[in-house]
Design a binder for this molecule. Structure first.
Ligand SMILES: [Zn+2]
Length: 325
């Protein structure tokens, strides 16, 4: 699922591509992920896209008042409004020439005044689109936590001590921080050497600060690399991100830790697969990892010597992994 860096990447791409364009008309396919499809058809035409912002994992297309109408109308029908977009698992949003055939699963097409269409495609339709005027939007955005890129040391510490829960649960809770998901939670915990199952309120001040800095650094690096493409994330230009090549924990079960070569393990925290190094990130008492898949067989001495000679460093790491079970 796209997290903060992926959504930021799409928002930046759209800002370059469609800012200032006016929406001419709307055509919709399947609408079960749209809050009020009729509102899109009625209220989008005539509005200019004035800003593209990110709020947590949401994108907000800020729209002008309807052209040719007084900006302030008592019922708000022609006043400024926003299109809220959540990409869900498989949502893509990008402009295409209107003449270009629509891809499968294209469910929203906004014809722009330059002849292109802003298209939203979503194979699984776990995304969400909503047309919202000011007050309902403000309502929608209450209850979210701090932006992890902006959160201060003090606020971060207070937020992860706000209730008794595991640190991974707190990182994923959009009411604590907005925008962090499974990938960047695991990556920042690995970097800060904190086990995902530890209780947030019990982290020492230095540990909390180390985690905040790790999280910010990783999110910033991931934005520079245009996010992580795990399944099918694409930016607004249709290009995959690059940050998946820099993952140190996420998805690396059984592979050697980049710091200590121990096998990265997987355990369930917050109902989600969580990847961590059992040596660098000591587990709290009572927590157990899932068994490594495939149950590695012990090699005979002769076999290990042979692989060590022939495969060098990679094999040595593999052997350490085998020893670590
Ligand atoms: Zn390690």
């Amino acid at each position: 699922m796209p997290e903060l860096p992926e959504v930021e990447t799409v928002a930046r791409g759209l800002r370059q591509a469609i800012l200032g364009r006016r929406i001419v008309s709307v055509s919709l396919g399947k609408t079960d992920f749209i809050d009020d499809p009729v509102a899109l058809e009625e209220h989008l035409p005539g509005r200019r896209i004035e800003a593209v912002e990110r709020f947590g994992k949401f994108m907000l297309l800020r729209l002008s008042a309807v052209m040719g109408m007084e900006p302030v109308v008592s019922n708000g029908d022609s006043a400024a409004a926003s299109l809220l977009v959540h990409l869900g698992m498989t949502g893509h949003m990008a402009p295409s020439p209107a003449a270009q055939p629509r891809e499968k699963h294209t469910h929203v097409c906004l014809l722009l005044d330059d002849g292109r269409e802003l298209r939203y495609t979503d194979a699984r339709r776990f995304g969400r689109i909503a047309y919202l005027t000011e007050a309902p939007l403000a309502q929608e955005l209450t209850g979210f936590g701090a932006d992890p890129l902006e959160v201060t040391q003090e606020e971060f510490a207070n937020r992860i001590r706000s209730r008794r829960a595991r640190i991974k649960v707190l990182l994923l809770d959009q009411g604590v921080l907005r925008g962090v998901g499974n990938i960047y939670a695991d990556e920042s915990l690995w970097r800060a050497k904190i086990h995902p199952a530890r209780v947030g309120a019990k982290l020492r001040t230095e540990e909390a600060e180390k985690l905040r800095r790790a999280l910010q650094k990783i999110l910033q690096q991931a934005i520079v690399m245009r996010g992580s493409s795990i399944s099918d994330f694409l930016d607004a230009a249709g290009e995959p991100g690059e940050y998946q090549r820099h993952h140190r924990a996420y998805g690396r079960e059984g592979k050697g830790c980049y710091r200590c070569q121990s096998a990265i393990r997987r355990g369930i925290v917050a109902g989600r697969s969580s990847y961590y190094c059992p040596k660098c990130q000591p587990a709290p008492r009572g927590f157990s990892a899932l068994p490594l898949p495939g149950g590695r067989k012990k090699k005979t001495n002769a076999e290990s010597q042979k692989t060590r000679r022939s495969n060098g460093r990679g094999r040595r790491a593999a052997k350490r992994i085998a020893r670590a079970k």
